[in-house]
Ligand binder design. Sequence first.
Ligand SMILES: CC(C)(COP(=O)(O)OP(=O)(O)OC[C@H]1O[C@@H](n2cnc3c(N)ncnc32)[C@H](O)[C@@H]1OP(=O)(O)O)[C@@H](O)C(=O)NCCC(=O)NCCS
Length: 340
Amino acid sequence: MSQPAGAPARITATSGARHSRILSVGAYRPERVVTNAEICELIDSSDEWIRERSGIISRRWAAADESVVDMAVAAAATAVERAGLAPGDVDAVIVATITHLYQTPSAATLIAHRIGASRAAALDISAACAGFCYGVSLASDMVRGGSARHVLVIGVEKLSDLTDRTDRSTAFLFGDGAGAVVIGPSEHPGIGPTVWGSDGAKWDAITTRTDWLGYRDAEEPVWPYLTMAGQTVFRWAVWEMSPTAQKALDAAGLAADDLAAFIPHQANVRIIDAMAKRLALPGHVRIARDIADSGNTSAASVPLAMDRLLADGDAVSGGLALLIGFGAGLAYAAQVVELP
Ligand SMILES: CC(C)(COP(=O)(O)OP(=O)(O)OC[C@H]1O[C@@H](n2cnc3c(N)ncnc32)[C@H](O)[C@@H]1OP(=O)(O)O)[C@@H](O)C(=O)NCCC(=O)NCCS
């Protein structure tokens, strides 16, 4: 557009769709099922203790030659197909992960290439277990702001690579997998306001044992396995994340009764149950408990649990779901979405 003579040059701004929504979900779960009995071969624990304290019965581990990119591509391809789109329609790919083991380049560019979204903008985000909900927020704003029409948001982890199988405070918790959604334009609001934030004062509550320099320079290098102050995280999750979830509900102008589903990060079934109780969720609200046979899959846990709820035919399709992700950082994000 030409500008009036003599006026200072102005940037032409974009604006996008009025509203956004999740158009589709896809998931990938690795083949190998790892039981609590197998975990207990290397730690002093029991199937009973793990079930009671975490709610985990089994988890999936990717094959040695199966990468974060491989898993993400499988989940993403399903999501794009279910959205009725061609890969070339994807304008941007956001990948939430902490287990893509290249410092650079990102996983996202390779995933975009492998699914055929050859010109999509592509980036990884590091917000650990909150990463997927961060990605949903960014993608929704991109669609509404006009920088993209269709955004693929992927949560993917191969936590088995960063889990010390002899550390009994973490060995039983983590699993591998990938979940993806396509976010695009909508006639009505399909993604509510995100309530998000961080608490860097608890930065070391979940971290890797060392950074790359520590690994390189140590006389006896220890792989940067994840370590966690379990009780600190547990208390923070129960006491601070329930009010955050409530704020997301309030920000969307909704009440618990309006929900069809509650899909929190799958960290511990006791955390999930405590949050559901504090939110006073009525009986009809389906509560995702994918953790039982997936373990904690960090950034992948919310989309994997979403895919499971939809696949189980629990009549939640088209209903409203409260999502919340929280974890290392500590970082958190919650929003209400309309399920595809
Ligand atoms: C990890 C977690 C399941 C541990 O459960 P917990 O009830 O807090 O367990 P504690 O660490 O208090 O330990 C309780 C007892 O069990 C023991 N214990 C710890 N791990 C054990 C294991 N794998 N098997 C058997 N006993 C174990 C402890 O030694 C302790 O024994 P003691 O009472 O004799 O001292 C729990 O803290 C948790 O889920 N935390 C949050 C996890 C999370 O959200 N992580 C990531 C967010 S992304």
